[in-house]
Design a protein around this ligand. Sequence first.
Ligand code: ZN
Length: 267
Amino acid sequence: MAPPDCASQAEYIGYFADALTVLQTEAALERAARELGEDSAAENIDYLEVRWAPLLHLTAGLRPAAVIEAVLRGLAAAPLRAVAIVCAMRHHPVAENVELARLAGRYAGRGVVGFDLAGDEAQYPAAPQRPAFAAARAAGLHLTCHAGEAGEPASVEEALRLGVERIAHGVIGAREPAIVERIRSEGVVLDLCPTANWKCKAVPRLADHPLPGLVRAGVRCTISTDSRTVAATTLTAEYELAARVLGMSEAELRSCNQVAHDARFDA
Ligand SMILES: [Zn+2]
């Protein structure tokens, strides 16, 4: 679990290392995916999109296809509808990410619904990965991209230029009214994770999170957890803090849940 006083997104990402160490076999991946579904169902979640990066699970010799299939088996065994979004990593070479996008596309309609880019935003721009997004689109996958959790507001515009339907976080883009207006007018959805965003220092304090302002400005927003383990949270806890710390009304929270339903990639 990442502590509240993480200095940066890069430091926050470092806390995934321990979990990755024990997620290098098909059995471990299948079990973790199934148990994520069980824990989510226990919160009354009935539809789950799981983002993860298959290429981070190859250190014990698994092939990427085996990683994807193990996770899909676990999700299929979970007591709720659960689908997968395959994440490429920003620090991986574009050729590897193109190959990953093509592989993920082979599971379109069989559990994989989307393609994403994640990782250290401060050091690795998204634009060079455009061919990977093109390959994913050609394979019939929905597109989303992590942006705006570190770096400058322009990184959110960089993600928009990739043609994504949704942005994972986009928090720092909220500092620029022109970027907020573009997100709103294009109907792009922001998947916001208040605790994780704060731990990455996209906002200095939880109370500074832009979620309520974005919702009131008409931006389509969903509330998510990011990694439940590393962020040390649950979806219930995120909704509770949105009400208690961010001062959102029940109607505003219901609207976020409705956006999540309407913008789901499994539609
Ligand atoms: Zn994330």
